[in-house]
Design a protein around this ligand. Structure first.
Ligand SMILES: Nc1ncnc2c1ncn2[C@@H]1O[C@H](COP(=O)(O)OP(=O)(O)OP(=O)(O)O)[C@@H](O)[C@H]1O
Length: 450
């Protein structure tokens, strides 16, 4: 980071006023010198999080005079343990890791005795894992892999509300922060864990390996659907981005939210204590990844949903199901190009099983979201969905973490999470590649007409 020295003559009052003006320009209403809790996962990605922290992140925090309390995670789920008992005195929690630690932190918040206050604590992600989708979505594909840019976001970003997902499986619940995947896409993540040393390349190699095998993903998906028309989804996204950016019309109003002091100050009235959902007794199965104490509003999984009640059933042969939020799941794949941080919907993609050629040709343009327009790629916006697995073995990935391969359901917890963001919306989406989008949209219309 370059430091500049400016020389001149001024009296003390003028110098003080000048310094204040400079700080206002630099921080634009954000509170300087945030007090930060930092979690570093030395195991994530290529195992470089410690080096990244020491060489890039910590010196920037020091220069910005941020008081930092840093902890290196020593085992899986350590971040959940820390977040579940965190003293809520910090202005933000920073994770130097992959997406797995963001997932663990949010699950820790769900178990916190003051979980609503914990969820209002803004989280910032410094990319030191494999996919780093959280950072890509917040900062874009260029800055999203730049640890210095991500560190500056921790110092100066504004709180942005994001939807989280409540996953119910086998009577247990967990928070998902990003994605749920079954079939090919789960296999190219969880099935390549031993290739961590490759970084994000492992996902592409896993995808190609999966295409060779071309295993079907036998499932029935039921969706509480809000939108199925792709062109309308895109128009809705454009309307949101064309209007007031979320950051401006947001709870923080661009000022006064967590930045005004500790994170608790900006939260909704009456949510300062306790949980934002009805509490149940803690589930004590320590071996299960589903251990939060939340319950949702959906009927029990065993209970059939009413077909007349806005639920849609998809049971065609599929290659994969990918559901979640945030345009990018890795730099190579913009899987949810029309997703919005806090619209209250989960974006669901079911890739119908066609032929290998179609799947291979879809790779080109996957990074700019053009797969969205594939006729074989069914895209739903929904408030909830449930999946019945028709096989007994397979991969089920939740935010890149391995979960039991069994029936599950997901519902949206609107705006429950808080991330720091410089933009107030996802940095990149389909609206940014307009030319490609128009070409693909007209192709899609021609296809669906014929
Ligand atoms: N000290 C540790 N030793 C072993 N595992 C750890 C340790 N600290 C955290 N973990 C585990 O590391 C796993 C991977 O973490 P992380 O998400 O940060 O990296 P990644 O999977 O490479 O990146 P991404 O999720 O972006 O693909 C998590 O399941 C977490 O529980």
């Amino acid at each position: 980071m370059a430091l500049s020295k400016i020389e001149g003559t001024a009296d003390e009052a003028q110098a003080k006023a000048w310094c204040e003006a400079m700080m206002n320009i630099a921080y634009q209403g954000v509170k300087p010198c945030r007090r930060l809790k930092v979690l570093i996962n030395p195991f994530g990605g290529k195992g470089r999080a410690g080096t990244i922290y020491n060489k890039i992140v910590e010196p920037i925090f020091r220069a910005a005079k941020c008081p930092v309390d840093a902890t290196y995670t020593t085992h899986g789920k350590h971040a959940t343990e820390i977040a579940s008992t965190l003293d809520l005195v910090y202005d933000a929690l920073v994770v130097v890791s992959g997406d797995g630690l963001v997932h663990e932190v949010m699950n820790g918040f769900a178990q916190h005795p003051q979980s609503a206050r914990a969820f209002a604590l803004p989280v910032a992600h410094v990319p030191a894992g494999s996919a780093n989708a959280t950072s890509l979505n917040i900062l874009g594909t260029k800055d999203g892999v730049d640890c210095a840019a991500a560190t500056l976001n921790a110092i100066k970003g504004r709180p942005m509300k994001v939807d989280l997902f409540l996953l119910t499986q086998g009577g247990k619940t967990a928070i998902s922060t990003m994605t749920q995947a079954l079939g090919l896409m789960a296999e190219c993540d969880l099935g390549t864990d031993g290739w961590r040393w490759m970084g994000e390349l492992r996902f592409m190699l896993g995808y190609l390996r999966g295409l060779m095998a071309f295993r079907p993903c036998a499932l029935v998906v039921q969706v509480k659907v809000a939108e199925t028309d792709k062109a309308r989804m895109l128009r809705a996204l454009e309307a949101i981005k064309g209007g007031a950016p979320q950051g401006e019309g947001h709870a923080d109003g661009g000022q006064g939210h967590a930045d005004a002091g500790t994170h608790g100050e900006g939260q909704a009235e009456g949510q300062g204590q306790g949980r934002p959902w009805s509490p149940v007794s803690p589930i004590s199965d320590a071996g299960s990844p589903c251990r939060t104490t939340a319950v949702g509003s959906l009927p029990d999984l065993a209970q059939p949903v009413n077909q007349m009640d806005g639920w849609l059933t998809f049971d065609k042969p599929a290659m994969y199901l990918y559901a979640g939020k945030g345009p990018f799941v890795s730099r190579d794949l913009m899987q949810f190009p029309v997703s919005v941080p806090d619209d209250g919907y989960v974006d669901i993609v079911v890739q119908e099983r066609r032929n290998r050629l179609e799947m291979v040709s879809g790779i080109e343009g996957a990074a700019s979201g053009s797969q969205f327009w594939l006729e074989s790629q069914h895209y739903f916006k929904a408030t909830a969905y449930r999946v019945k697995c028709l096989e007994t073995r397979g991969y089920f990935s939740v935010d890149g973490e391995s979960f039991p391969f069994a029936d599950f359901q997901v519902e949206v917890l609107k705006g429950l999470g808080t991330l720091l963001s410089p933009h107030g919306h996802y940095a990149d989406d389909l609206t940014l590649s307009k030319y490609k989008r128009r070409a693909a949209a007209s192709k899609w219309k021609r296809r669906t007409k014929s």
